[in-house]
Design a protein around this ligand. Structure first.
Ligand code: SAM
Length: 294
């Protein structure tokens, strides 16, 4: 292919037309066409030649090409095999990129870190497909030690939910989970005009720095069971949510509403408090109190 800058509206349209490709909604395809935004993402991620980067969803290779210049190695996982001829051409001549054709949710990411980075943590950079943002972020965060930072484009609304504080209407189980595993920060907002096709929403670049240690000390599995139950039905009080929402296998104790209310009042909280009012530290204290009861 003659040299075409694909990170422009004309370049992206040319490539899509040349390969007879239409952006596929079912895979959340919105291709970046603004090189300033790609540079901002790469700079926020602090990519250097020392880094091995995991890109999720390279699409037509726009960010992949720029990542390959900044990083030592790039491993890109793409679900849509119809993009194979496109990437073969747009990334031709670059020898530090491996493409894995698979659903990232079904990909063994630890094996990628082992094979491509000697088991050392990688950096994740992606313009995420919005239909599957939360499961991807949770999978990345739970692979402890695999990634030291995750810098991703998400819907602005998701970034706000992730970065919100207790008492905010957006605050929820995902806020607490992300905070448990990482320190989140919004880098910048991104207009729909920076993509082809234009998404229906504003986006944000979110940077999650992985924590070396959990910020609270609590049994992780039980803490997340309590958080999940507390937010199961938003209008329920925590006490009702926990009593009806803890599942078989979460605990072998028979936790009653009175038990939860007793713990809450010992913590100086109202007995009818709702999940969105509690900080991660308070959830950790509550879950440890419940776990050690009787
Ligand atoms: N990185 C490209 C860019 O910025 O122009 C494309 C970003 S587009 C928003 C999302 C990409 O993720 C698409 O290439 C899509 O095919 C891919 N994708 C969607 N679901 C995926 C999944 N489960 N696993 C891996 N890739 C996926």
């Amino acid at each position: 292919m003659e040299y075409i800058d694909i990170c422009t509206p004309g370049g992206t349209l040319y490539v899509l037309d040349k390969f007879g490709i239409k952006a596929r909604k079912k895979y959340g395809q919105n291709f970046l066409i603004d090189s300033n935004i790609v540079r901002k993402i790469i700079s926020a991620a602090g990519i250097t030649k020392e880094d091995c980067v995991l890109e999720i969803g390279p699409g037509i290779g726009t960010m992949t090409g720029m990542l390959s210049e900044a990083a030592g190695h790039v491993v890109a996982v793409e679900i849509d095999e119809s993009l194979r001829p496109v990437l073969t051409e747009t990334l031709a001549g670059r020898d530090n990129i491996d493409i894995i054709w698979n659903d990232v949710l079904k990909t063994d990411l630890r094996e990628i870190a082992d094979r491509h980075n000697g088991g050392r943590p990688m950096k994740v950079v992606a313009n995420l497909p919005y239909y599957v943002t939360t499961p991807i972020i949770m999978k990345l965060l739970k692979e402890k030690g695999c990634f030291d930072s995750i810098t991703v484009m998400v819907q602005k609304e998701v970034a706000e939910r992730i970065c919100s504080a207790p008492g905010n209407k957006n605050y929820g189980a995902i806020t607490l989970a992300v905070k448990y595993y990482s320190e989140p920060e919004v880098v910048t907002d991104v207009s729909p005009n920076c993509f082809i096709p234009r998404p229906g929403v504003t986006s944000s670049v979110l940077c999650l720095k992985a924590r070396d240690e959990a910020p609270v000390s609590a049994d992780e599995k039980f803490l997340f069971a309590v958080i999940r139950a507390s937010f199961n039905q938003r209008r329920k009080t925590i006490a009702n949510g926990i009593v009806s929402g803890l599942e078989h296998g979460d605990t072998d104790k028979n936790i009653t509403r009175e038990d939860v209310q007793k713990c809450l009042s010992e913590m100086g909280l109202k007995e009818d408090v709702r999940g969105e009012k509690l900080s991660l530290e308070e959830f950790a204290e509550l879950s440890e109190k419940l776990r050690n009861m009787r």
